[in-house]
Design a protein. Structure first.
Length: 504
């Protein structure tokens, strides 16, 4: 048994785990690694020996006890295993070897309620527990993810130097990612895309909202692609070039960038573009659904985020859709001229919808912090999403600034910059949706975002009638516009003498 001690340990050598280990090793940390299937550990160590300059800083173990024993105290152990039962099983097997003060960090996409429970269980036993969102996929994990840790301030202070070192770096002023990372040569300086989000499940909650935004961002981009294909008659490559151009402006983001690349990718098996050969049935692992159901539970109108989840569900009904396409009628699609003008209108519609989608995500976090007793710093959350994560985008710098200027901002759409974009863009946005509707093309994300915008800016809505209906059939009471809020009335709607009673 070697007498070397690691700075940190990591359990779970799937793709994310392996890359996070190498990232930590690149930054000079000694990392102990363990995987339930020992062959995976051996394979990873072989890979490190042959390809990784930081191989000396990766220490592999085949026994969990031995792995734990070779980590400096208080131990920091990162778990990157399958979320849910996989996490509980790994935690249970780890518990007998831990000592008071040891910190376990769950880096998986855990449900924040599970994280709250686990944090309580660990704290009761004298250990620390951090639930940390990790975003950025394989490349992010290797060269700099966005990290969203939730847990006690004490546990965070132990983990902080490592998390700051390995997180993505952006220019603190422009928010632009600092490039140049390559194995063994990490980026020096810059703003590190991590911050203590709050206690218990706060980090995983924020990561979940990140994913909800990721869903709607992807759906919006897909609708823009579809309109350019169906309404403007453009080929994949041309649409890809359009996305490349958009990536240089306000819409600049990782998802727009990869969309440009994806659309110009040839199919290695045929003479088509690959995207034209990919089945139109979207998968999902559940974090978008969690975001939408949290919004429903908390009564937050995150309709566009929910719509993105439903859009994936509808897409997955492939066989039903194929059948229905032969028997449910719709208009013939009329391909438009004026490609440049319409292209710009679609870009505008995308940008306006995207602002609404992010506004919904932030509104959701604002409500959640009240309910779960957190104090979230929205400027900081936006700032750590500027680099490393899947939704990284140049406009996150605008969001950061908006919350730095007014930390208690009621809604992102009210910030002067966004208000102006929406005011200037709304005509084109409406025209695009109208054209899609007339041509029978579904744009659920574009139109639900617009409905949110129009609903939010409406001083009056038809909910007065809903209240009347509720009172009519169920005596659920209503408030009156000519009386103070909080006074409730009921009318005996069907009685001969319709007398209104004050109910409270
Ligand atoms: C990230 C991603 C990641 C997520 C995938 C797949 O931030 O790196 O959000 O955590 O698991 O994007 O999610 P779906 O399978 O649900 O699309």
């Amino acid at each position: 048994m070697s007498n070397e001690y690691a700075d940190i340990g990591l359990i779970g050598l799937a793709v994310m785990g392996q890359n996070l280990v190498l990232n930590m090793a690149d930054h000079g940390y000694k990392v102990a690694v363990f995987n339930r299937t020992t062959e995976k550990t051996r394979e990873f160590l072989r890979h490190c020996r042959d390809h990784e300059p930081s191989v000396d800083r990766v220490l592999g173990y085949e026994e969990l006890e031995e792995f734990v024993a070779h980590i400096k105290r208080p131990r920091k152990i990162v778990l990157l295993v399958k979320a849910g039962t996989g996490t509980d099983a790994a935690l249970n097997s780890l518990l007998p070897f831990l000592e008071p003060g040891d910190i376990v960090v769950d880096g998986g996409n855990a449900h924040w309620m599970d994280t709250r429970r686990r944090e309580r269980e660990f704290t009761d036993k004298g250990f620390e527990f951090i639930g940390s969102g990790v975003s950025g996929g394989e490349t992010g994990a290797r060269f700099g993810p966005s990290l969203m840790p939730g847990g006690s301030a004490k546990a965070w202070s132990s983990l902080e130097p490592i998390w700051r070192a390995i997180a993505a770096k952006v220019d603190p002023v422009t928010g632009q990612p600092l490039e140049g990372a390559e194995p063994g040569k990490p980026v020096e300086g810059g703003f590190s895309c991590t911050a203590h989000i709050g206690p218990d499940g706060a980090g995983h909650y924020v990561k979940m909202v990140h994913n909800g935004i990721e869903y709607i961002d992807m759906q919006l981009i897909s609708e823009a692609y579809w309109l350019m294909k169906k309404l403007l008659g453009l080929k994949s490559e041309q649409i890809g070039e359009q996305f490349d151009a958009w990536n240089k402006g306000d819409l600049g983001s990782y998802l727009i960038q990869i969309t440009g690349e994806i659309l110009q990718q040839q199919d290695p098996e045929s003479d088509s573009y690959l995207v034209d050969k990919i089945l139109d049935a979207a998968g999902q692992k559940g974090t978008g659904l969690w975001t939408a159901s949290s919004a429903l539970e908390l009564g937050v109108p995150a309709n566009a985020i929910a719509e993105a989840v439903f859009a994936r569900a509808l897409s997955s009904l492939k066989e039903e859709r194929v059948f229905a396409s032969s028997c449910l009628s719709g208009p013939a699609i009329e391909v438009q001229t004026g490609i440049e003008e319409w292209g710009e209108a679609i870009r505008t519609a995308l940008y306006c919808s995207k602002i609404c989608a992010y506004a919904q995500g932030f509104q959701l976090m604002k409500e959640a912090q009240k309910v779960y007793g957190w104090q979230l710093d929205f400027g900081t959350i936006a700032s750590i999403w500027r680099g490393g994560c899947i939704i990284r985008a140049s406009f996150l710098n605008r969001i950061t600034q908006a919350y730095q200027e007014v930390p208690a901002l009621g809604n992102l759409m009210l910030a002067p910059y966004f208000r102006q974009i929406l005011a200037e863009g709304q005509t084109a946005w409406r025209k695009v949706i109208a054209l899609a509707v007339v041509n029978g093309l579904p744009v659920p994300a574009f139109s639900s975002a617009l409905a949110y915008y129009d609903g939010y800016r409406s001083a009056d809505l038809p909910a007065n009638l809903i209240q009347a209906q509720r009172d009519y059939f169920g005596a659920h009471t209503y408030e009156r516009t000519d009386q103070p809020r909080g006074r409730f009335f009921h009318l005996e709607w069907t009685a001969e003498q319709r007398v209104q009673r004050v109910e409270g």
